[in-house]
Ligand binder design. Structure first.
Ligand SMILES: [Zn+2]
Length: 265
């Protein structure tokens, strides 16, 4: 039976999502969609769905997986029920980053950031990072490919970390405009747990794709680069403070980042 992968898309009304699925499959019995986010409610109260990296699987396949996925058969319409978003600490082989965003090349590390902007990715953000994570967990590709950072000699690369961009993948959560480190104030766009969890999933995908073993110098926050790699970063501290756990130190957040990635690989 067919298994179809499709590109992420966002803010699609439920009726259109069901039609999309029906058109995509032309198989009334192929009905399960996984890895999509809980719906956001639009101003009109309509549920708007974000599909991160959906996969349509057969009923038989669904029966062999955890039972939380939506399922329905029969009259040609699909009844889609959300699977819970991935949670930290749960082993998973699922993938959130589209394959086309991870070209074949050799990369050494993943550096995590926040943009110090608002919840949506700006053009400047897209120029600076390879993958961005907006407030609803939606992934946005940067303008530079990961492969652009194999070499920085041509000046065409995502410049996310001073002196540390060669073979470095830059992932960033869109948030923390106006944040202050001491005393800690998360500003008007605090990083959300949803964004953090999605970043863990993204880093997992990148580690798998590029054979990166999470260690302090291979999976780290921008705020750890100076200490772990030795390249000065002018006091950068992203994304080393969690607004929902403000008592954790920078070092503890870095450790949590790597432990969370290891737990899901
Ligand atoms: Zn940064």
């Amino acid at each position: 039976m067919p298994i179809q992968e499709f590109e992420p898309f966002t803010d699609i009304p439920e009726s259109e999502l069901l039609q999309y699925i029906a058109d995509l499959t032309r198989e009334p019995n192929v009905v399960v969609v996984r890895q999509f986010q809980q719906p956001e409610e639009s101003q009109s109260g309509e549920a708007l769905w974000t599909v991160i990296a959906g996969r349509i699987i057969t009923e038989a396949e669904a029966a062999g997986t955890t039972s939380s996925g939506g399922r329905q058969t029969g009259s040609g319409t699909a009844d889609v029920t959300p699977s819970p978003p991935p949670t930290t600490g749960t082993a998973s082989t699922s993938s959130v980053v589209p394959e086309s965003w991870m070209p074949s090349c050799s990369m050494d590390r993943v550096i995590c950031h926040w943009t110090a902007g608002e919840y949506k990715a700006s053009d400047h953000d897209r120029d600076s990072y390879h993958i961005l994570i907006e407030d609803n967990g939606r992934l946005v590709p940067g303008t530079h490919t990961i492969k652009d950072n194999v070499s920085t000699a041509d000046n065409k690369y995502a410049a996310h970390t001073k002196g540390t961009n060669t073979r470095s993948i830059g992932v960033s959560v869109c948030c923390m405009s106006g944040a202050k480190s001491n005393p800690f104030n998360a500003g008007s766009y605090p990083m959300t747990k949803r964004q953090w969890d999605m970043m863990i999933d993204v880093v997992c995908d990148l580690c798998r794709r590029y054979n990166i073993t999470p260690q302090p110098h291979t999976v780290l926050g921008h705020g750890e680069v100076e200490k772990n790699i030795g390249n000065p970063q002018d006091g950068k501290w992203d994304p080393m403070k969690l607004p929902w756990e403000p008592d954790l130190t920078f070092a503890e957040v870095g450790q949590l980042l790597r432990e969370s990635v290891r737990a899901k690989l």
